[in-house]
Design a protein. Structure first.
Length: 86
């Protein structure tokens, strides 16, 4: 099974997200799934391969969770900047 996820954002965020995923393990220890991430200017492409639907769902959820954490941290940093300016 294969799935492709494209993430688009501004260059700064794409570079930050790229750095986050470059250090991640891309092949899981159970050998049921793996993914490859490539960067193209303002877009990241995740190419996921899985042996079954459960493994595909797990990898997709893992990627989404990391993206959600990144966005939450970015949001908290922006809020902190706003409060320190006043």
């Amino acid at each position: 099974m294969k799935r492709t996820i494209a993430v688009t954002d501004n260059i700064e965020n794409i570079n930050n997200i790229w750095e986050l995923f470059v250090s991640e393990e891309k092949k899981f220890s159970n050998n049921r799934a793996s993914y490859k991430v490539t960067k193209n200017n303002d877009k990241l492409i995740f190419e996921i391969e899985a042996k079954d639907v459960i493994a595909l769902k797990a990898v997709t959820a893992s990627i989404q969770k990391n993206l959600a954490i990144y966005n939450k941290i970015k949001s908290l940093k922006n809020e902190q900047r706003k409060t320190t300016k006043h």
